[in-house]
Design a protein. Structure first.
Length: 95
């Protein structure tokens, strides 16, 4: 876990790909690659795991997806109105 005020070193995609290729193609150790590229052994393990899972390191976008600003409230309102009507019918049939 990062300490307060700690700066995170971001490695370029090119460096991450080089490390992953060295691990997979040449069988280098995580320890060696971590020292070579200035990151922890666990970081290299994570890069390899992501590469194996996704096929590349830059596919998945991180963070919360942005909301769609083009919301059609009228359409949603009509759907809800129909649903409420349906619920009233079902409730009346139960009585």
């Amino acid at each position: 876990m990062a300490n307060k005020g700690q700066k995170q070193n971001k490695q370029s995609l090119e460096v991450r790909n080089k490390a992953v290729k060295e691990k997979l193609d040449e069988g280098r150790s995580y320890e060696y690659l971590g020292k070579k590229y200035g990151v922890s052994r666990k970081t290299v393990e994570t890069w390899v795991k992501i590469y194996k899972r996704d096929g590349a390191l830059d596919i998945r976008k991180k963070g919360k997806p942005k909301k769609d600003k083009n919301i059609d409230y009228k359409e949603k309102y009509e759907i809800l109105k129909k649903y409420l009507g349906f619920l009233e019918e079902v409730d009346q049939e139960k009585k």
